[in-house]
Design a protein around this ligand. Structure first.
Ligand SMILES: [Zn+2]
Length: 244
């Protein structure tokens, strides 16, 4: 009934150099997330893999089919918005989905040890971390305490947005999502190698808080995730400014 139910979520049996064949695992994983998000948007979630039987079944080991590198925003709970359950998603969350060493290590663990075939960067409209970085850049002031580390990690995306002439908050969010995808691959040779071998893909998606739908912002390898993420998504154009 689920991706993990039929395959265990492991790309292990598929150790092949045929890129098209190898990418079937990431493609299936992404399709599973897209389908779950559509159920959530439509108000018809199935809440799979959340029963006591499944809890017992996965107690001996996990084979999540996707890593979610998401913002910590309380409205962005991965298992809810993708309508999944226990053992399905390996979730790493920080404010503004920043990708420091512990995040990179967590992603590498999932991809190499658990064999997870898909990494999804999950951002969202009106992101507070991006707004904080924007205000910091505008005023020339840095926040106190460790919040500064969050702002500092987002600032490169701010500079990139400025250079591209993007100044609306949701356009900046899209750029930050794409930047996070590039950071994961640029800072983790381990992940980049898995992608180069066709065993893993990295996708950046943006979630709309009110509508509940995700849309693809970035994908590596290029051309991956050409699926329409959600039937109710307004646009698949990258960096499209919010109209509402
Ligand atoms: Zn956020």
């Amino acid at each position: 009934m689920s991706h993990t139910g039929s395959s265990g979520g492991q790309p292990g049996p598929q150790r092949t150099t045929d890129r098209a064949t190898a990418l079937s695992e990431p493609t299936r994983a992404y399709a599973e997330l897209v389908a779950g998000n559509r159920r959530f948007v439509d108000g018809a979630p199935r809440h799979p893999n959340q029963d006591a039987g499944h809890r017992a079944a996965v107690a001996d080991g996990q084979h999540p089919f996707a890593v979610i590198v998401g913002c910590s925003d309380s409205r962005l709970a991965a298992e809810i918005i993708f309508d999944r359950g226990l053992g399905d998603l390996f979730v790493v969350r920080t404010a503004g989905h920043t990708a420091g060493p512990e995040v990179l290590g967590s992603v590498e663990y999932a991809v190499t040890v658990l064999g997870t075939p898909l990494v999804v960067v999950l951002g969202h409209d009106s992101c507070g971390a991006v707004q904080a970085a924007r205000e910091s850049a505008a005023t020339g002031t840095a926040p106190s305490g460790h919040l500064r580390a969050v702002v500092d990690a987002v600032l490169p995306s701010l500079r990139r947005a400025t250079s591209e002439g993007v100044d609306d908050i949701d356009g900046i969010v899209d750029i930050h999502i794409a930047q996070t995808v590039e950071t994961l691959l640029g800072q983790s040779p381990v992940l980049a190698d898995e992608v180069a071998r066709g065993r893993c893909a990295v996708v950046g998606v943006s979630y709309r808080l009110a509508a509940g739908a995700v849309r693809t912002v970035a994908a590596v390898p290029a051309g991956f995730a050409t699926l329409e993420p959600s039937a109710s998504t307004e646009s698949t154009e990258p960096a499209a400014p919010a109209t509402v």
